[in-house]
Write a protein that binds this ligand. Structure first.
Ligand SMILES: *Cc1c(COP(=O)(O)O)cnc(C)c1O
Length: 422
């Protein structure tokens, strides 16, 4: 991973000045006369507000603020914040740059993958019919409004598409899919980490036989890095990724990648254009730049090196738990496309260690420092492909910062040991 100094370390004893100085060093604008050069002392607003940060042993979960940005990304954002720009120019230029780097026709920075689902669907509904931009989602009578989807791909982001006034038509088999197209079919939608009978290749082929665009939601599906172009090159007309999950850009950003005409249509439906469905999904200049910087950072990483590093972290934690009776550990990679990185699975016999996974999670949360385990711990799987169960502890190691695996390991050992029956 990057040779980053963690924010926590920077903000530790007397670290505030270091952070301010490093941001200033990066962020001196070209026309220095208008800006003050004095280092501003960064106020720790988490501390001021009484919100306690934690060690992220969970993964990229939205409610847990998903990821932290590498230093390169934070520095690019701090610099971008210093000068005004025209947002349309920035969106066009960043889109062109991203399309080149990500090997697709066109790209748009959106305010998250969920927003990409909204403006991407709006693009399909209003394509070639600009007056429809004003009509959606309430005046659909003259518009195509059916989106085909596999029944098993209905998921927690349905609402993003339904915001555009569409309705889903569910299919299960390839035959049903082939027969479901009609004059109201406006788009087909694929959940990349979902399971179902119909392959990606068949999904795209049949949609294109009917001249209908298809969208693939791959929000949580990097690494591997190549996924950033795999699905557009497979033929999906629109593909989205979260900016703030594996890419480690600003949490409020997403990538919409795909065909030029559809990306142009998505832009028309998006902020900064007023009276559009996307006007409330504004992306600020700092966030646009932050996502571009995050893509640059991510493309400079190496899949094998990332996987080896995560595996090492999981093994370091497992090693600390070895001598606790009945504890079994296993490093695993979820079998689905999402969160496809090594995690640590810990199981134990609850007759000998008298604590539930949910209680372990609570104790970790209450310790100092506060630690968040993967939300699958002690309960239902938190995302596709993860295990669950009352005596199951899942440690997501990929968002840990340097040295934190040791802290997590020691605390886990302490919590489990204290529950061993004698
Ligand atoms: C996280 C996620 C989203 C939403 O992404 P944001 O960038 O938070 O808007 C959409 N779809 C799937 C499958 C996701 O995992």
């Amino acid at each position: 991973m990057s040779a980053s100094i963690s924010r926590r370390k920077l903000l530790g004893d007397g670290g505030q000045a270091i952070l301010a100085a490093s941001v200033t060093a990066y962020a001196t604008p070209s026309f220095g006369t208008r800006q003050s050069h004095s280092a501003v002392r960064a106020v720790d607003y988490y501390q001021k507000l009484g919100v306690t940060p934690f060690i992220n042993a969970a993964g990229t979960y939205t409610v847990l603020s998903a990821s932290t940005m590498p230093d390169e990304v934070q520095a690019a954002i701090a610099l971008a914040a210093k000068q005004p720009v025209n947002l349309n120019e920035l969106l066009d230029a960043s889109g062109e740059y991203l399309a080149k780097r990500l090997r697709c026709q066109a790209a748009l920075v959106t305010s998250g993958a969920a927003a990409a689902l909204v403006v991407g669907t709006a693009a399909c509904v209003t394509h070639g019919n600009d007056s429809a931009i004003l009509s959606i989602p309430t005046d659909m009578s003259t518009l195509k409004n059916e989106v085909l989807i596999q029944k098993t791909h209905r998921y927690g982001y349905d609402h993003a598409l339904r915001n555009c006034g569409i309705r889903f038509v569910e299919v299960e088999t390839l035959e049903q899919y082939e027969q479901a197209f009609n004059e109201r079919t406006v788009m087909t939608h694929f959940f990349n980490a979902g399971e179902g009978q119909i392959s990606r290749e068949d999904w795209v082929r049949v949609a294109h036989q009917h001249g209908v665009p298809c969208f693939n939601d791959a929000a949580a599906d990097v690494p591997p890095i190549s996924n950033l172009w795999n699905y557009t090159q497979m033929g999906f007309d629109l593909v989205t990724f979260s900016g703030g999950k594996g890419l480690r850009g600003p949490q409020c950003t997403g990538l919409l990648l795909g065909k030029k005409d559809l990306i142009e249509a998505a832009k028309k439906n998006n902020s900064p254009n007023s009276n559009t469905i996307g006007r409330g999904m504004k992306v600020a200049k700092e966030e646009v730049v932050g996502l571009v910087a995050a893509v640059d950072w991510f493309l400079s990483q190496d899949d094998a090196a990332m996987e080896a590093e995560y595996r090492k972290r999981a093994e370091r934690i497992a090693a600390q738990l070895k001598n606790i009776p009945t504890v079994k550990t296993q490093v695993f990679i979820p079998a689905v496309a999402a969160n496809h990185v090594p995690h640590l699975l810990i199981t134990y016999d609850q007759n000998q260690i008298k604590i539930t996974g949910a209680e372990v999670m609570q104790k970790m949360r209450e310790g100092k420092p506060r630690i968040e385990l993967n939300p699958s711990t002690g309960g239902a799987p938190a995302s596709a492909g993860l295990p669950g169960g009352p005596n199951t502890i899942v440690v997501g190691v990929w968002m840990l910062q340097s040295g934190e695996d040791v802290i997590v390991a020691k605390r886990l050992r302490e919590v489990l040991r204290s529950a061993v029956t004698t």
